[in-house]
Design a protein. Sequence first.
Length: 206
Amino acid sequence: MRSSLAVGILLAVLATAGIGAVNIQLTTQDLQRATELARWPHTDAERAQFHKRYTIAINSPTVEYFAVENIEMTTPFRRMELIAEEHARINDLFARGGVRDAELALRPWRDQLSIVARLRFDLTKLLPGVPDLDIALEGSSPAFPTATTSSRIEIAIDNGDRSQLVGGLVEAVFDVQAVGQTKGPVVIRWNGKEIARAAVDLAAIE
């Protein structure tokens, strides 16, 4: 009797621990949950609460001409939900009669977890462009990106005749299998020097 109770408690703990953990292999049920969250009867408030878990404010000190505002993580599950949101905006039939089209849409990103650092530029200084940053997941089992890309954030000025560089995005892409349920800081370096870090627990998100 005591043994059965212990097994029951263990199963309950394991089930609870799995809630919110990063999905390394999305099941049909996972795809359905992600696509259903993107459309009615789920609300914008529900979606905002869901996405909030994936963004961490940093607001680092300015280094030379830029500061790190935040980092945003995108797992395969969240990517699926974001893709479905785009389809929900045009109100098409995406993933309404099965998940085959959802599987195909996710295929380019199904093994990826991305971390995007959002940068704010000091407009009183010379802006040479988006800096080359190194983003890594450190801790007991460090993980490094398989690819890193950057893009500019610009705003229109002079009635839209010109644009002004005001910030940038640096995206580091990781192998989701290698990252797993990492618990440790995201560390951002520039020219070999640490400029920002944020505590993350990938087991706390999907």
